[in-house]
Ligand binder design. Structure first.
Ligand code: FAD
Ligand code: NAD
Length: 367
């Protein structure tokens, strides 16, 4: 069913099959790819439609059906990485034999460019909301039991609310709670929760509405997007993170991933730009991490400090960067990630080019 042009340009087309026992229906997706994992597939069962989107490079392979019989709310997803196989095990509501899986819905059994799939949403419940700084809060949303979704490192999702009859959508980057974990009981069902650090702008369109939600209210959450790739960490030795304000959010998962999963990593340095001390997100947690893990260093830079501030001051500048971006070895493999207000990021990229860092050594997070 894949058009010739797509098949020629993109990866070879996946296929699917299904089988059943008395109580279970298993859908198997053969991706024909080896680098897939549990982040690669997003599964939803809502409003009588079953949808599984498998991300293969810049393409999506979609199974989208109205199932022929009812199923229970929860299901399991398994990936057999070495053969590129995904198994989704559904539980039948009644132990009857299904003659067919269901009828096809939009885009079913197609491999289409990811940019053409449109945003797909599911409603998530607000579980908690905690103040982090005077204007930034940690929101915890819970995915429905009938969704499997994991947001990959470096990617964001869109949150959607209906505000006075109009749907408003804004992008947010989930964080992990690893910086908080020593203060909290480990949570079960970890993959069901998505955490966001969000700054509330009193005159903003979206964030005041989000802030007014009550525990138990619903927010729609889209599939993940973004062009950061884990492969950018390959054989990395030095990782430099330049974050301003809530531009810190993509750095949280990056930091966690880098410190746990990059074997040859020697140094991770975060330069965190804020207006004042009160604006610094998770300051003491970052300081504790730097104390605990000798590979990690943190430097705070304030653009509007009080006179008591002894640390670095100002906006991003050649002087700050040239001093900070020291390779641990002359030829070490580096990656610099940068995120913050657009003028900060643009200025930062210009300065990094001036300091002779190549395009491949810089990743900027933008819309
Ligand atoms: P807006 O209505 O956009 O207003 C923001 C501020 O600008 C307010 O103070 C408002 O008064 C002022 N303003 C609006 N319009 C004007 C104007 N014309 N002139 C002057 N001032 C104006 N934010 C986070 O907090 N956490 C995240 O994890 C996060 N992730 C992001 C990921 C991506 C990929 C991107 C692109 C952005 C991300 N953001 C994040 C920012 C987020 O998407 C919103 O832009 C932010 O929450 C503001 O939304 P708002 O509707 O409340 O405010
Ligand atoms: P803020 O106003 O508190 O500023 C934080 C710091 O940014 C300042 O202290 C300063 O050092 C720097 N800065 C601000 N304006 C600057 C300028 N004109 N030139 C140079 N440096 C400047 O920041 P905030 O309110 O927390 O905003 C964070 C921004 O990050 C938002 O614009 C948000 O959209 C963006 N963001 C983007 C992503 C993404 O693209 N993936 C993710 C999260 C946040």
């Amino acid at each position: 069913q894949v058009s010739d042009t797509l098949a020629k340009e993109g990866p070879s087309s996946p296929s699917y099959d299904w089988f059943q026992t008395d109580s279970l229906v298993t859908i198997v997706i053969y991706t024909k790819q080896k680098d897939i994992n549990l982040d690669s597939v997003i599964v939803d069962h809502q409003d009588d439609s079953f949808r599984a989107e498998t991300i293969i490079k810049d393409y999506s392979y979609i199974i989208h059906m109205g199932l022929s019989h009812e199923i229970q709310e929860d299901f399991s997803v398994r990936v057999v990485e070495n053969v590129g196989k995904i198994e989704i095990v559904l539980k039948k509501k009644e132990n009857t034999s299904w003659k067919r899986l269901g009828h096809p819905l939009e885009n079913h059994n197609l491999l289409i460019p990811k940019k053409d799939t449109g945003l797909y949403y599911r409603k998530c419940q607000l579980i908690s909301k905690e103040g982090v700084t005077h204007d930034t809060k940690l929101f915890c949303l819970m995915l429905p039991p009938s969704t499997h979704l994991q947001v990959p490192v470096g990617q964001h999702v869109y949150l959607k609310l209906t505000i006075t009859g109009t749907e408003i959508v804004k992008p947010y980057t989930p964080v992990s709670d690893f910086l908080l974990s020593e203060f909290k009981e480990p949570v079960l069902l970890n993959n069901k929760y998505i955490y966001f650090l969000i700054k509330i702008y009193p005159a903003g369109l979206f964030t005041p509405e989000l802030d007014h939600l009550h525990i138990g209210d619903f927010v729609s959450v889209s599939n993940p997007e973004g062009n950061f790739k884990i492969s950018q960490f390959q054989e990395l030795e030095d990782l430099f993170l330049l974050a301003a304000g809530t531009g810190f959010t993509p750095m949280v998962k990056i930091l966690n991933y880098a410190l746990t999963n990059i074997p040859g990593l020697r140094k991770v340095k975060l330069m965190f730009f804020n207006k004042t001390e009160d604006d610094i997100i998770w300051r003491s947690q970052l300081e504790k991490l730097a104390f605990k893990d000798k590979r990690f260093d943190i430097e705070f830079v304030l653009s509007a400090p009080t006179s008591e501030w002894n640390g670095k001051r100002g906006y991003i500048s050649p002087a700050l960067l040239s001093q900070f971006l020291k390779r641990s070895l002359d030829n070490s493999r580096v990656l610099i990630c940068i995120c913050g207000p657009t003028p900060f990021t643009e200025q930062g990229i210009r300065l990094l080019h001036d300091l002779n860092f190549s395009k491949d050594e810089i990743h900027s997070f933008t819309a």
